[in-house]
Design a protein around this ligand. Structure first.
Ligand code: FES
Ligand code: MG
Length: 592
């Protein structure tokens, strides 16, 4: 827009430049002058741009945003805006107890309140560590002022004794070696530390790299932004460009609801399969969609995403790490490969830079075809999720592409029924119960058992713990059994490569079928039919249901904090995005 042309009145002018209400204008204005802003600036009609700061000493994955925000501010000012940086409630995936996901909705709510209640015309969402990305996108969806996401970027690659060691993934491997006595406590700690060599978030394709890539695939980040490692110079340059662009977006009035359409979500589901994205992605994308009023469920994930091949060769599914992903071309290269093969469903979806996904990505070049494979030479086919249903739950997802050869040989090699298996259930009530009893010989766990974790959902845990991928007892690992089938109403870390059946909804604590299961029951999983059932008669299930009701329902621990109680009273299940039910009714609230 040319200088001096007639611009539409900005939202912030209702606060700071409203001659019709001098009392309130004075009150709103004067305190913002006290650190040096001038009245001229605040009444000049320049867009006021929030920088939703998720970095802090408590959130090391996002902490580098404190530095990067300086470049974001420079970009905002260069484009004629005024930056207002403010803190978000911290969410550190590895630091918050009982689990960081308890806080996703808290950060969401707090940010909604800030974006609605303060004179902001647009906002830069500083994303990174797992739950920060969905929390901020959910809030932007609810308020619907112009918003652009900006990733902090992954850490540099971790190295140990000449090989790449990736965030989380190395811990899953090392804890198995610790359990068998192959390494000691010191060596365990050394391996874990080697995987975290710099500022930034997890360098594997865990939930953070997944959600940052999907924020770009949705169109909410500038192209190429998701994968740049945190310490690289391009990261600071992207910060500057992001700051510049949000000011233009305010003038162009491009809002989250213009970008995050049903088409954009379908694109993101396809990209999630191609990158080998985390099983947390459906929870978070379904949540963002619900806050926008876009219909999206786990059947969509299977239908749109399951047949898409895995192209990105990153741990835990592959070999490489974040730096390699960026050098190979990042998200634009992945989308370019999908476009070439005709697999991206909506190339004309709009993005924050005002151009379509196709325009942004069609000329992107894959620099290393071993890190980002072409569709003609994928790492795996059918890399998406399947959505299982039955008398255990209404919905639970499984990433079939991570089923190992060992697992396939043991469970999926019956020539008459190659996609189905049965096993004896061994039931654990929460992660503490699992840790206490997994090595107990009295459970007589063998390779024909299915481990079940319940009491780990949004209400049971609370917040839904990442505990469904359970290791076998040490005596089985020593015998060479590295994984058993796992089912649960909790989640699983995106850095784990287990083929668990997880995010089961409804959870035991919400009256789901898992609450009726007993150790010793047989479970049958049929991947072809998409079914998961306990082989228990309806009559017996009725009896168990009556007994459970009599006892007051499936028990879970008491609330430790006020937020736990508040969230438990109104939270939805994982398949529905684990959103706060009353919050979904509030849409586009800055526009009313
Ligand atoms: Fe923060 Fe993985 S722990 S990104
Ligand atoms: Mg996680």
């Amino acid at each position: 827009m040319t200088q001096g042309s007639k611009r539409k009145r900005l939202r912030s002018q209702e606060w700071f430049d409203n001659p019709g209400n001098p009392d309130m204008t004075a009150l709103y204005l004067e305190r913002y002058l006290n650190y040096g802003l001038t009245r001229g600036e605040l009444q000049s009609g320049k867009p006021l741009i929030g920088i939703a700061q998720t970095g802090s000493d408590l959130s090391p994955c996002n902490r580098h945003h404190i530095e990067l925000a300086k470049r974001v501010r420079a970009g905002i000012e260069a484009a004629g805006g005024i930056p207002f940086e403010f803190p978000c409630h911290p969410i550190q995936e590895t630091g918050k107890r009982p689990t960081a996901s308890l806080d996703r909705n808290l950060t969401y709510m707090a940010l909604v309140e800030v974006l609605y209640g303060y004179p902001l015309d647009g906002v830069v969402l500083t994303i990174g560590c797992d739950k920060t990305t969905p929390a901020l996108l959910m809030a932007a969806a609810t308020v619907d002022i112009p918003a652009i996401a900006f990733s902090v970027g992954p850490m540099l690659n971790g190295w140990h004794e000449g090989r790449r060691v990736g965030s989380g993934t190395i811990v899953w491997e090392a804890r198995e070696r610790l359990a068998t006595g192959e390494i000691d406590y010191e060596q365990f700690m050394e391996l874990a530390a080697a995987s975290a060599p710099s500022v930034g978030f997890c360098n594997t394709m865990g939930t953070a790299s997944t959600m940052n890539s999907l924020a770009e695939a949705l169109g909410m980040q500038l192209p190429g932004s998701a994968a740049i490692p945190a310490p690289y110079r391009e990261r600071g340059q992207m910060a500057y460009e992001t700051g510049r662009r949000i000011v233009e977006m305010v003038h162009e009035d491009i809002k989250p609801s213009d970008i995050m359409t049903r088409e954009a979500f379908e694109n993101a589901i396809v990209v999630n399969s191609a990158i080998g994205g985390s099983t947390n992605a459906p929870i978070h994308l379904n949540a963002i969609a619900r806050h926008l009023g876009v219909p999206l469920d786990n059947d969509d994930w299977q239908r749109i995403g399951h047949h898409i091949p895995l192209l990105v060769n990153l741990q835990p599914a592959g070999e490489y790490l974040g730096e390699d992903y960026h050098r190979a071309g990042g998200v634009p290269a992945v989308i370019s490969e999908l476009l070439k093969a005709g697999l991206l469903p909506h190339p004309d979806a709009m993005t924050v830079n005002g151009r379509t996904v196709r325009e942004n990505c069609q000329n992107a070049v894959t620099v290393d075809a071993n890190v980002i494979r072409p569709v003609s030479n994928p790492l795996k086919k059918d890399a998406g999720f399947i959505n299982l249903k039955g008398n255990l739950f209404d919905s639970a997802i499984m990433k079939t592409s991570v089923i190992s050869e060992e697992f396939r040989t043991r469970y999926l090699s019956d020539p008459d029924d190659p996609e189905a298996f049965e096993g004896r259930a061994v039931v654990f009530d929460g992660p503490e119960d699992f840790h206490h009893r997994i090595d107990d010989p009295a459970l007589a766990i063998d390779e024909h058992c299915i481990l079940v974790m319940r009491g780990a959902g949004p209400i049971g845990y609370p917040g839904a713990a990442e505990v469904v991928n359970m290791r076998p007892p040490s005596y089985l690992i020593k015998k060479g059994v590295h994984s058993l089938p796992c089912i649960g109403d909790g989640r699983q870390s995106g850095t784990s490569a287990s083929p668990s059946i997880l995010n089961a909804s409804p959870e035991a604590a919400a009256g789901g079928g898992l609450a009726l299961l007993k150790t010793g029951d047989r479970i049958r999983i049929d991947l072809k039919k998409g079914s998961a059932d306990m082989l228990v008669s309806e009559e017996e299930l009725e009896k168990r249901r009556a007994a459970l009701e009599e006892a007051g329902g499936y028990p879970y621990p008491g609330h430790q904090t006020p937020w736990q109680e508040i969230q438990r009273s109104m939270v939805d299940q994982l398949a529905e995005g684990m959103v706060l039910r009353p919050a979904v009714a509030y849409r586009r609230i800055a526009r009313e």
